[in-house]
Design a protein around this ligand. Structure first.
Ligand code: PEP
Length: 256
């Protein structure tokens, strides 16, 4: 949406331990001096969230949780809640395709997590996207609709202001395969019209929508220039300091 800073989120997935994450963050901070017109966020391993929250200069960068459980406290061995992350991160990924397809998370889980994030002052980044099979069989619209409407079912028209949507076609994540900008633009239009249906046109125009799926420094500008795209969710390329800082620089240039 016009007027917003471009939002670039690096998802480190299950990579970088606490020490390496801290060193990387320091180097990234130095590499992106002067790009304050871009909102830069990194999603480290859960172990590194707390130490990095003490290190990060929040005027320049923010943190995201890769995942969290939706109950606030209780007998849920091995889980971390949004309540425990409150104050440490600004964003929380919800429904990432690896959560849906590797760990079997359902639409209901996304819905609960969106609400848990909001009640703990964490901005949910709801990730949605179709598989290759779903796209080939013409189900893309329905899949996006179900994931979107299911994830946002219980939120108010005030809360939609605090939500980010990431369109991530499953077949483009971590595969090196690129969705064409034309296809991404069409998907984003579909997403905005579905949000308009739920919350009205004005809200739909204001919601930030990111693209994610094998974005590199070479392809970043093409995606950032797509009408309706407010930023990028970057996986693999966010682990390479030079590549990720180039992506951030591209966002800085697109904003100019
Ligand atoms: C992701 O993890 O959300 C992602 C888009 O990964 P990659 O950039 O590696 O495809």
């Amino acid at each position: 949406m016009a007027g917003h800073k471009k939002l670039i989120i690096g998802n480190w997935k299950m990579n970088l331990g606490v020490h390496d994450a801290s060193v990387y963050l320091h180097k990234l901070d130095v590499a992106i001096q002067g790009h304050r017109d871009v909102e830069v966020v990194v999603a480290p391993t859960a172990l590194a969230v707390q130490p990095l929250s003490l290190q990060v200069n929040r005027h320049k960068m923010k943190l995201a949780a890769q995942n969290f459980y939706w109950r606030d406290f209780g007998a849920f061995t091995g889980e971390v809640s949004a309540t425990q992350l409150r104050g440490l991160v600004n964003y929380g990924l919800v429904g990432h395709s690896e959560r849906r397809h590797v760990f079997g998370e359902k639409i209901k889980d996304s819905r609960e997590k969106v609400q848990a994030a909001l009640r703990n002052q964490i901005t949910p980044v709801l990730c949605i996207g179709e598989t290759e099979h779903e796209r080939a069989s013409g189900e893309m619209r329905d899949v996006l609709h179900d994931q979107l409407v299911g994830g946002l079912a219980n939120i108010t028209s005030e809360e939609i202001n605090d939500i980010v949507i990431a369109y991530e076609p499953v077949w483009a994540i971590g595969t090196g395969r690129n969705a064409s900008p034309h296809d991404v633009e069409a998907a984003v239009l579909t997403i905005r019209s579905q949000i308009a249906h739920l919350f009205g046109k004005e809200k739909a125009a204001a919601v930030r929508i990111l693209y994610g799926g094998s974005v590199t420094a070479d392809s970043a500008s093409d995606y950032l220039r797509i009408k309706g795209i407010d930023g990028l969710l970057v996986g693999g390329a966010s682990l390479k300091l030079h590549e990720f800082s180039e992506i951030i620089k591209k966002a800085h240039v697109v904003v100019q």
